[in-house]
Design a protein around this ligand. Structure first.
Ligand SMILES: [Zn+2]
Length: 350
């Protein structure tokens, strides 16, 4: 929920002029706002005006900027890059309504829904051009609608930060254990990303050489330590997912020195494990019935699930090729060849 704008003398709103015409691509990379114009100890609700795209669709991206007692460090919390992932969105709404700028050191930008078209469609991809926004950063101001959206977000909200927490959950077909991906590199960005991944306090840490186009990949390449967290899935918002994400946010900000360290009392104890994964995919189209639960340990040869044809005849038994933990599990039962059934996590001691 977004708190009432008039509750605090520190709270301010700023409107940014709407571009009502056909979008001029040259304006998409121009800064629409200036964080240095925001007062110290202030909570600001703003919006990126995306304008009216071809087809007459008009939308904006709401975001919040909290300026604390000092302006640095600067961090970004961002969710809703995929339109069917909601745990991060709800956690950011709640966190933005709870946080007071008096508590904060630095400048914190919060973007709950960065892909409104995909959100309204309830789909991972943008329904207009089928673009996967999280494969298109840093974007192209002269490209497709999704490429232009990526450019708008990247140049207005991403580049001026010292660290980034990108909040995802698994798509609506599947569910994941809470885990954090970080940039697997030997330089400063890699070291700091690993330190942040430890600091957010989840059981599973997954190093990645991300493919180009992910927000965190583009941000890392721009020199900004970044992690991507996955919590839950199935298009749902759960109590446990919200508790997890709110704890992750507070630990992330405490690590950066922006918030006080959260009290450890009553907090679960985490045993951070560096993991790698293997992806299990369907060979057949049919009805998938899982035989395991997410988070369950399995042995080599354990049955993960079965696929039946339309008459109920078994087409395929999906088994674990190695010992591991079911990190991600498909729940949606209709599958096509190549669909991901599960990811098995295994501890990587390298
Ligand atoms: Zn996602």
């Amino acid at each position: 929920m977004i708190s009432n704008r008039s509750q605090s003398p520190h709270m301010g709103t700023r409107s940014i002029p709407v571009n009502r015409g056909r979008m001029n691509p040259s304006k998409l990379t121009a800064k629409q706002w200036n964080p240095r114009q925001l007062e110290r100890v202030s909570r600001n609700q703003l919006a990126l005006k995306v304008g009216r795209w071809e087809g007459g669709i008009c939308f904006e991206i709401p975001f919040f900027v909290f300026v604390g007692k000092v302006r640095k460090p600067r961090a970004l919390l961002i969710a809703g890059i995929h339109g069917d992932e909601y745990e991060g969105v709800a956690a950011l709404h709640d966190f933005a309504s709870q946080l007071h700028p008096d508590e904060l050191c630095g400048t914190l930008t919060i973007v709950p829904i960065s892909n409104p078209q995909a959100f309204y469609a309830g789909t991972r991809r943008n329904p207009v051009d089928c673009g996967d926004l999280n494969r298109l950063f840093p974007g192209d101001p002269k490209g497709t609608i999704s490429e232009r959206l990526a450019a708008l977000l990247f140049h207005n909200l991403v580049t001026d930060n010292d660290a980034i927490l990108s909040m995802h959950c698994w798509s609506k077909e599947a569910v994941s254990v809470p885990y954090v991906e970080y940039f697997d590199g030997k330089g400063r960005v890699g070291r700091e990303s690993l330190a942040i991944a430890h600091a957010v306090g989840l059981d599973f840490l997954h190093p990645y050489r991300w493919e180009p186009g992910l927000l965190v990949a583009a941000a890392s390449r721009a020199g900004i330590p970044s992690v991507e967290v996955e919590v839950g899935g199935l298009g749902s918002i759960t109590d446990s997912g919200q508790r997890t994400y709110l704890a992750v946010i507070r630990r992330f900000l405490a690590y950066l020195g922006m918030l006080k360290k959260p009290s450890l009392s009553g907090q679960p104890v985490y045993a951070s494990k560096i993991v790698d994964h293997i992806s299990l995919r369907a060979d057949h189209a049919g009805l998938f019935r899982s035989r395991v639960a997410v988070g369950q340990k399995v042995r080599k040869g354990s049955e993960i699930g079965i696929i039946h044809d339309l008459a109920g005849k078994r087409l395929e038994k999906v088994t674990a090729p190695c010992e591991g933990i079911v990190g991600i599990l498909r729940v949606f039962a209709s599958v096509l060849p190549g669909d991901q059934i599960a990811q098995l996590f295994w501890e990587n001691s390298d």
